[in-house]
Design a protein around this ligand. Structure first.
Ligand code: TYM
Length: 554
């Protein structure tokens, strides 16, 4: 059943219209932050500091408000569960993925069985990823399982070369391969996943998109989003057009089996993507959303789903750094490393002495071991038990740390076991451009049958993706679906809905009484108990019916 599409997020002002002081490098002003404001951009993140010099937690609501993203609310999660039949991931339930841009439109497409793809990435700045990096990948893997759609993973080795002084091209390529092996260990389905290094893949249609997009992107927009200045190297200035072009379906013709005349295809350009990432990557995608409709083959605005940062070991407000081993647990750490790092560096919300802790209790909101458990322990009731026990003073800091050490050691160990199985041959398979195979929604809402004026023929039934299609057939049927309009029947009119539900031809002579007479009670019966609005939304705009009403001359 089609549901009423949720309200769209308010768009932020076009980046070009913001002054430098209003954008990324200006920091995010929350009510509580006076001394130093919090600051977020894709390369550095720091929390606010109050007048007493205390580091504050990130104010994510302030970030969302400032950048005009939508907070994820219960209604959206309920709709997700109704449509997919999956309980929302614990990171959604716990607000760790907290914000989005038009995720509701992706749900609309899923509901109708229309194609979309997932896009995420990693800037390979070191040989091993840290646990923070695994968050968007673990979440994307879960989304891939739920939606059963293609996924592209961009490894921005070029970005890391351009933005890190001490990384050579060769280093970045090597890190890209090593990180790709880390990413594969997260369990992505090879048939649906394409991983690429920018240095090795960008060319062809991707490069055409990137160059076309860069022509649409004035320097003041890039500077507004990232705070570049006159001494910024021009490689950095041009890089955002690449991270943006990666969101265009036409950048991957092989996925869709689509390159009939060697050129990018309009139908493919109409396939949107959903980008899971932490909120720091959002400035890139504001540029994308501001300009993607201006491409020769316009693309819909990419949708995003944003996470908070898994805090650095040192406590609230820190972003883990790949270049600071004490800031994070790395996926290559030994059991002993994990234990040592948590015992030695993990910021505690406990009291100075055991007596005080027993008397006044600890603060789980800033306690890093507890925070990590909220990410990696699935059991909601157990999380609540730990929170309460710590707050009341019943559970001590050392006990919370021991609990966290065990959970994190298991997480890293499980990862390392899988990582050992990733051979160079497997790496090659994921990184080879090829057609992908996916199923999509196995049970999409049946689009209402179009009414054919004066044809007297029954219209053909919609295709569903319950039988996995060959990639070619799949991309054809999905591109077809992509071009279907998704709005209400004109004026939300009753004849259109009845006609659609009876699958009956309508001519210029058809009267309303005749239409009602023809009602097939079986097919209408299935609609009887449903609220009216979703039924209206599932019916297509009925231009042929309108034509019939106009005298059927069109
Ligand atoms: P990078 O390598 O900085 O980060 C990779 C992904 O991890 C997220 N992330 C975190 N998430 C939670 N907690 C943390 N502590 C944490 N630290 C990093 C990042 O938001 C990102 O999602 N330019 C990008 C690569 C990229 C990309 C993309 C990322 C290219 N296209 C599309 C996301 C989506 C980068 O350097 O990410």
């Amino acid at each position: 059943m089609a549901e009423e599409p949720s309200k769209q997020a308010a768009e932020p002002p076009a980046v070009a219209n913001l002054s430098l002081a209003e954008t990324a490098n200006a920091g995010i002003v929350g009510d509580k932050t006076k001394a130093v404001e919090q600051h977020i951009d894709p390369w550095s993140v720091s929390a606010a500091v109050d007048e007493q010099g205390n580091t504050l937690s990130f104010d994510y609501e302030a970030i969302s408000k400032k950048w005009s993203t939508s907070l994820i609310d219960q209604a959206l999660l309920d709709r997700f569960e109704r449509l997919t039949g999956h309980k929302p991931h614990r990171w959604l339930r716990r607000g760790l993925f907290f914000s989005h841009r038009e995720f509701n439109l992706i749900l609309d497409r899923y509901e109708k069985g229309q194609p979309f793809f997932l896009y995420t990435g990693r800037g390979p700045s070191s040989g091993s990823m840290h646990i923070g990096h695994t968050i968007p990948f673990a979440f994307t893997k879960w989304l891939q399982d739920v939606f059963d759609v293609p996924l592209v993973i961009m490894l921005t080795d070029d970005e890391k070369f351009l933005f890190k002084e001490n990384i050579t091209v060769e280093d970045a390529k090597k890190f890209a391969d090593e990180n790709a092996m880390d990413i594969i260990s997260m369990g992505f389905d090879q048939k649906k996943t394409f991983i690429y290094s920018d240095f090795r893949y960008i060319g062809g249609h991707f490069y055409e998109n990137s160059v076309e997009f860069s022509k649409l992107l004035p320097f003041n927009q890039v500077r507004g989003a990232f705070g570049f200045d006159n001494s910024t190297n021009t490689g950095r200035i041009d890089f955002p057009s690449k991270q943006c072009a990666a969101a265009f379906a036409t950048s991957y013709p092989h996925i869709w089996g689509d390159d009939p005349d060697g050129n990018r295809q309009k139908k493919t350009a109409a396939i949107p993507c959903l980008i899971p990432c932490a909120i720091d990557q959002d400035p890139y995608f504001r540029l994308l959303r501001d300009n993607s409709h201006r491409m020769k083959n316009p693309s819909p605005k990419a949708a995003l789903i944003h996470s908070k940062f898994l805090t650095a070991l040192q406590g609230p407000g820190g972003k883990m750094s790949a270049s600071d081993p004490t800031s994070a647990i790395f996926m290559s750490d030994s059991k002993k490393d994990v234990q040592k790092k948590i015992n030695k560096f993990a910021f505690s919300g406990g009291r100075a002495t055991m007596e005080e802790h027993r008397q006044f209790g600890g603060n789980p909101d800033v306690d890093v071991p507890f925070q990590y458990l909220t990410y990696f322990l699935d059991d909601d009731a157990e999380i609540e038990r730990l929170r309460t026990a710590y707050k009341s003073g019943e559970m001590l800091t050392g006990e919370m740390k021991q609990y966290c050490i065990k959970v994190m050691q298991d997480y890293v160990e499980d990862f390392q076991t899988k990582r050992k199985q990733v051979t160079p041959q497997i790496l090659k398979e994921y990184m080879t451009p090829r057609r992908l195979q996916w199923g999509g929604n196995p049970n999409p809402v049946k689009p209402a049958a179009p009414i054919q004026a004066q044809s007297g023929k029954k219209s053909s039934k919609s295709k569903t993706s319950s039988t996995p299609a060959t990639p070619a057939a799949q991309s054809e049927s999905q591109s077809e679906a992509a071009s279907q309009p998704a709005s209400l029947p004109s004026g939300g009119n009753l004849p259109a809905v009845i006609a659609a539900s009876t699958n009956a031809p309508v001519t210029s002579e058809t009267t309303m009484a005749e239409l009602v007479q023809r009602l097939d009670l079986d097919s209408v019966g299935s609609l009887a108990a449903q609220p009216v609005l979703p039924v209206l939304a599932s019916a297509q705009p009925n231009h042929s019916l309108a034509a019939a009403q106009d005298g059927g001359t069109k």
